[in-house]
Design a protein around this ligand. Structure first.
Ligand SMILES: CC(C)(COP(=O)(O)OP(=O)(O)OC[C@H]1O[C@@H](n2cnc3c(N)ncnc32)[C@H](O)[C@@H]1OP(=O)(O)O)[C@@H](O)C(=O)NCCC(=O)NCCS
Length: 163
């Protein structure tokens, strides 16, 4: 199992895996494939050039992805946002999520960030467990934050970790 940092030339493959992720696990994400499409390829290429986006690789296949974005703003750039955490079903429980979170945290520390934040659906205990294991704390739940495809609303759990 290797971990690699992705760049702009990986954008198409990264977005294809995100489409798979949204189709297979729509209930676990605040975003959707149509949101990705609306951002457009050029902006995505810029994101992959600027942000820290990683893939865990096994036998040439990307089995997991995760990303870190530093917040912009003179009063906010001590914070990093962890996003797009996804492990292919067959690779769950193998440590890929931990590899990603460790790499993202190393990158955050190298940038001098003070804290990391992330969100997850309030009814996703597996993801919450992984983040807790890595030292993230739940600090709030935003009620009815996300409207799902079936019209139901779900809370969003907000977690953070001081570095
Ligand atoms: C969330 C995700 C990235 C975690 O990766 P993973 O490889 O499954 O994580 P791990 O197997 O290392 O850890 C899962 C933990 O949850 C626990 N767990 C599994 N099912 C659980 C449940 N229903 N309730 C509580 N804990 C659960 C496991 O026991 C394990 O904890 P442990 O290491 O203390 O035993 C992956 O499951 C995934 O991609 N899920 C779908 C997409 C998603 O939810 N992404 C996160 C969006 S914020």
């Amino acid at each position: 199992m290797d971990i690699v940092r992705l760049g702009p030339d990986d954008t198409t493959r990264f977005l294809a895996l995100r489409q798979v992720m949204f189709e297979a696990e729509a209930i676990n994400f605040r975003g959707a494939g149509v949101d990705d499409d609306a951002i457009g390829l050029t902006a995505w290429r810029e994101r992959l050039a600027r942000d820290h986006v990683y893939a865990v690789v096994e036998g040439g296949e990307w089995i997991a992805i995760g990303a870190l974005t530093r917040l912009s703003g003179i009063k906010l750039d001590h914070k990093g946002l962890v996003w797009s955490m996804y492990v292919l079903p067959a690779a769950r429980g193998t440590g890929a999520a931990s590899r990603l979170l460790n790499a993202l945290e190393d990158a955050a520390r190298a940038m001098g960030l003070r804290q990391l934040q992330l969100t997850l659906m309030a009814d996703n205990p597996r993801a919450r467990r992984v983040y807790e294991r890595h030292g993230y704390e739940l600090y709030a739940i935003e009620p009815d934050s996300v409207r799902r495809g079936d019209g139901s609303y779900v809370g969003e759990a907000l977690m953070w970790k001081r570095l």
